[in-house]
Design a protein around this ligand. Structure first.
Ligand code: SAM
Length: 277
């Protein structure tokens, strides 16, 4: 965990008191007043992921998340426009929180670009003290961008079209992150080739699905949604267009936790989270 002077340590009692105040209005499978300080295993499966469980993860990992948000904000400020960050704050933070809660040993990331998502993922593995990230992209801007203290001993990058480097994706993946080509053909490719490779129960997220209330008609997002429906699988999204009530609730939680200063200003959060297998 990186330390930061701007991240106050509220203490578990303070958090519990404040979180209960927020969560009293929210229906969900977890009772308000859950002992969040000892809530290991809050999310047993992404099938259970709700705004309530995500809120609890914000509370549980508040201090570490605050430090990572500072780290990322500082990195963006130092790099200026040469850093083309893509993930918005809620989807990046939820990715970090789920990685902390699941503690995966093998994470696969398809689509790194300049490494914004890579840094969020590697920060979670650093804070877990366990796990290795395997990243794939046609371009390798990420290699010079990701700080060495984050990547050392935790990261393997494979350059090339992932459809041609499929054999380098470890079958032991226990977290899958996809943010690459948003065309329908690419969506069909990974549904048919990558999804069957990973272990049942693998938490998975795909970016750029809900920029509107529905995915674009001929897109990766529409292929994915049809697949999820056919598999009878639910998903969670913090998309401002698809689920504005999620952002509305989480923004209150973040305000209580003093995590409300944006890292990035973009607020679309079009990512979906679900479980494979
Ligand atoms: C939206 S960017 C990823 C952004 C990154 N996740 C972030 O948070 O900043 C999409 C990336 O996917 C990569 N990509 C597109 N098609 C790909 C393919 N077939 N194989 C590997 N990478 C691909 C692109 O080169 C690009 O860097």
């Amino acid at each position: 965990m990186v330390s930061s002077i701007s991240c106050p340590n509220f203490g578990a009692a303070y958090l519990r008191r404040n979180f209960v105040a927020i969560s009293n209005n929210i229906p969900g499978p977890v009772e308000s007043g859950t002992d969040v300080a000892s809530a290991r295993g809050i999310v047993n499966s992404l099938r259970d992921l709700t705004v309530q469980t995500v809120s609890e993860l914000y509370v549980k990992y508040q201090d570490d998340l605050c430090a990572v948000r500072d780290q990322q904000r500082t990195f963006l400020r130092q790099r200026g426009r040469s850093m083309k960050a893509q993930l918005d704050d809620y989807e990046a933070e939820i990715t970090y929180l789920l990685l902390r809660e699941y503690r995966p040993e093998t994470v696969v990331e398809i689509g790194t670009f300049y490494g914004w998502s890579t840094m969020w993922i590697l920060s979670a593995l650093r804070d877990n003290g366990v796990g290795h990230l395997y990243s794939f992209d046609i371009v390798d801007h990420v290699v010079s961008n990701v700080p060495a203290d984050l990547s050392a001993h935790r990261w393997t990058f494979t350059k090339g079209d992932v459809r041609e480097t499929l054999g380098d994706i470890p079958g032991s993946a226990d977290y899958l992150f996809i943010d690459a080509d948003h065309g329908a053909r690419f969506g069909r490719w990974y549904v048919e080739n990558v999804f069957p490779m990973v272990r049942p129960g693998t938490p998975t997220s795909v970016h750029d699905v809900f920029h509107g209330r529905r995915p674009k008609p001929i897109s990766e997002g529409s292929v994915l949604m049809k697949w999820l429906v056919a598999q009878n699988k639910s998903f969670f999204t913090p998309s401002a267009a698809k689920a504005p009530e999620v952002i509305e609730h989480l923004s209150k939680v973040k305000k209580e936790l003093r995590l409300d200063t944006p890292v990035r200003e973009s607020r679309h959060n079009p990512m979906v989270f679900f479980t494979l297998g």
